[in-house]
Design a binder for this molecule. Structure first.
Ligand code: GLC
Length: 443
């Protein structure tokens, strides 16, 4: 490899490094922002009450769940027995198109209601079913079944939804579609759903985390530590949705982060998410590669399509390239629409990907470390963190980089934080939350 390219890689590696001492100052800032957010003071962490606590594991019923907020929209029927047995889950996945996420709320909720109707017809469901609604965006909840969308994230822009109660919008759409057999009984974020799904079987689970298109963390907090007591809620602990993707202090930011932010739908917001989430990781790698292409360091100055244009390089491409053995990287790049890469070009693009993935995993680990040390400062006991999302599940190296970061921070106590894949947990969690709400309403 030419020395100019080698030097560039070494310097990028330094810029994207994030070691235990820097992580510690980020963790201190995170704690401070958590405190402020809980007290209702201005903070980059929204610390949103969810009106939900961990389940008892005895919740039961025949329940519908909606899962909205990623690439796919899912409708599930979940049968919970409440006796430790695996829930029976049948479900339909529907792909959301641009017109659903980027035009009007009416179109979005209209499409959802149509999918629900189709699903119920296909399953032959008659009668009335309680429904739990996972809505994976920041919602200000005033009760378990009521919450306004604060602001769209992850590039969604459907008009007429911000500031509105999303349960009311869903009910209205269901009514318009003539769907009578559904009662929306609860609303939750995907992090909360994921935590609840795992906690149903595992009482040591006290946090939920998404590492996918977007990223966010929730955890179990004592109600006495909330600035304002949540009205009508009488349990001692509540899950708090931090909206940690919006955290913006002491992060190892690079000029490519600033460039990405400036071109995004929501400049100035979701800084942590823009350094970690799968929606952005590909573009960060592309920005770095394009910079070097422009400086003649890569591809002999040619401008290979997907690496030269905004948003054409995805985190899936980064993942595919990292999964290929190094000597197959040029062929893999060709398969990803970048033909004619020499071994050095391919090795460099691969390494850029690895460096951004390493940084993302370390930031994610720092956020979880801050969360767990808030709950248990000395890590005296074992904690499960329920995690879902494609980065955690599939990105080569991601989990290993996280584990390394925990070791660097906590030494032998690192294994007190156990991130566990809770695949598709948010739909199941929504059903469990709905079942708990039903039981409470009947009692
Ligand atoms: C975004 C949303 C948040 C969600 C996360 C993961 O950060 O704002 O609510 O939990 O994505 O889907």
């Amino acid at each position: 490899m030419e020395s100019a390219l080698q030097n560039a890689l070494a310097s990028l590696s330094g810029q994207l490094d994030f070691q235990a001492p820097e992580m510690r100052s980020m963790i201190a800032a995170f704690h401070e922002q958590m405190e402020r957010g809980l007290r209702g003071e201005p903070s980059s962490l929204k610390m949103l009450p969810t009106f939900t606590d961990n389940p008892s594991g005895r919740e039961k019923g025949d329940i519908l769940a909606l899962d909205l907020g990623g690439t796919n929209f899912r409708v599930l029927r979940v049968r919970l027995t409440g006796d430790g047995r695996e829930p029976g889950i049948t479900g339909g996945k529907f792909k959301l198109a641009t017109e659903h996420v980027a035009r009007t709320g009416e179109e979005l909720f209209g499409a959802i209601a149509r999918f629900i109707r189709q699903f119920m017809e296909a399953q032959g469901l008659r009668g009335t079913y309680p429904l739990g609604f996972t809505f994976s965006f920041p919602i200000r909840q005033q009760a378990l079944r009521r919450g306004e969308l604060i602001v769209w994230t992850k590039g969604w822009t459907a008009s007429g939804v911000e500031g509105r109660d999303v349960v009311a919008l869903l009910e209205l759409a269901l009514e318009k579609q003539g769907v009578a057999g559904v009662r929306v009984v609860s609303l939750n974020n995907d992090t909360t759903g994921t935590q609840v799904a795992r906690a149903y079987f595992d009482p040591a689970c006290d946090a939920g985390c998404i590492l996918g298109t977007g990223t966010n963390v929730c955890y179990r907090e004592s109600v006495s530590r909330l600035g304002e007591a949540p009205l009508g809620y009488n349990r001692e602990a509540m899950i708090i949705n931090m909206e940690s993707g919006n955290f913006n202090q002491k992060l190892p930011r690079h000029r490519h982060d600033a460039a990405l932010d400036a071109c995004s739908e929501n400049p100035g917001a979701q800084w942590e998410e823009k350094m970690v989430g799968g929606r952005y990781l590909g573009e960060l790698v592309r920005l770095a590669a394009a910079d070097w292409i422009g400086r003649g360091l890569l591809f002999g100055g040619r401008r290979p399509g997907p690496l030269s244009e905004r948003d054409l390089w995805s985190s899936e491409a980064v993942s595919a390239l990292l999964a290929a053995p190094p000597d197959e990287a040029p062929a893999r790049l060709a398969g990803l629409g970048v033909p004619g890469a020499g071994p050095d070009d391919a090795a460099a693009v691969r390494e850029i990907g690895r460096l951004f993935v390493r940084r993302a995993a370390r930031i994610a680990a720092a956020v979880l470390s801050a969360t767990m040390t808030r709950i248990d400062p000395g890590l005296e006991r074992a904690h499960t963190v329920a995690v879902d999302g494609s980065l955690f599940e599939k990105m080569p190296g991601f989990r290993a980089f996280m584990a390394e970061a925990f070791s660097g921070l906590f030494g032998v106590r690192a294994d007190r934080i156990a991130p566990v894949l809770t695949h598709d947990g948010s739909g199941l969690g929504a059903a469990i939350i709905a079942a708990a709400a039903e039981a409470e309403n009947i009692a």
